[in-house]
Design a protein around this ligand. Structure first.
Ligand code: SF4
Ligand code: SF4
Length: 96
């Protein structure tokens, strides 16, 4: 898996939306907008409805998932995304 979040402060950047996981503050969920193809698989597999689709399109022309604050870092979306567009990281690994 790529080390998706490399910002010093884990804020989102031009390519990634990075969220400190709502229910597990020591994890970061990173969504690669440029890799996502808007298939919504992640939304369908999330057991706590922690993802919803954006209302604007990415630079590649796709809607992409955003996090509600209810994520528990269960990894289901990470494992099921066919494009490997979502990743989970330990907060300490993405802080510099
Ligand atoms: S499963 Fe992956 S490609 Fe499909 S919408 Fe979610 S992040 Fe995008
Ligand atoms: S890690 Fe689990 S809880 Fe968090 S958004 Fe993905 S499927 Fe939902």
């Amino acid at each position: 898996m790529t080390n998706a979040v490399q910002n010093s402060d884990v804020k989102s950047n031009d390519q990634f939306d990075a969220y400190i996981v709502g229910k597990k503050k020591n994890r970061v969920l990173a969504i690669d907008r440029d890799t996502c193809k808007g298939c919504k698989v992640c939304i369908s597999v999330c057991p706590v409805q922690a993802l919803f689709m954006s209302s604007i399109k990415s630079s590649r022309g796709y809607y992409y998932p955003m996090e509600t604050g209810d994520c528990t870092a269960c990894k289901k979306c990470v494992e099921k995304c066919p494009n490997f567009a979502i990743s989970l990281h330990k907060l300490k690994d993405v802080m510099t």
